[in-house]
Ligand binder design. Structure first.
Ligand SMILES: [Zn+2]
Ligand SMILES: [Zn+2]
Length: 136
């Protein structure tokens, strides 16, 4: 499945969070964010599925991270910036012993991150962590 192609402009308050002095990463972060979810079409009758973009990590890799959720576009856009816990799903690779964690938030719509093909590159790095290292 392809990644959702929705893009939106971050509101100034969200941009400020990303540009505090001493931050690692791009010196001039783009105020645009891209939906990280797999393609999700809202049904005409139901409520729209929110787009979601990863903004900022939590205190630790396992801490809830900051996400930007939005629906609609332009003047009709509604958005919120919230921390969300990580999706607990993992994909265990038998060949390498690595455990691949879903890079999306808990209870996300659409498939887990490993089923999403990102046509624009690795906007969100896979969260690869060592598997069970039970050896003594
Ligand atoms: Zn989306
Ligand atoms: Zn997931």
């Amino acid at each position: 499945m392809l990644q959702c192609t929705a893009v939106t402009l971050l509101p100034p308050d969200a941009v400020l969070r990303l540009t505090y002095p001493g931050a690692d990463g791009p010196e001039d972060p783009e105020p645009y964010v891209l939906c990280e979810l797999g393609e999700h079409d809202s049904t005409p009758t139901g409520p729209p599925t929110e787009h979601a973009a990863y903004l900022w990590p939590g205190r630790t890799p396992d801490s809830p991270a900051l996400w930007f959720f939005w629906t609609g576009n332009g003047p009709e856009r509604t958005h919120r910036t919230e921390t969300a816990p990580w999706c607990p799903a993992v994909l265990r690779r038998l060949d390498s012993g690595l455990v691949r964690r879903c890079a999306l938030f808990d209870h996300h719509p659409a498939p887990h991150s490993w089923d999403v093909t990102d046509p624009l590159g690795d906007l969100l790095a896979d969260r690869l962590v060592p598997g069970d290292t039970s050896e003594g």
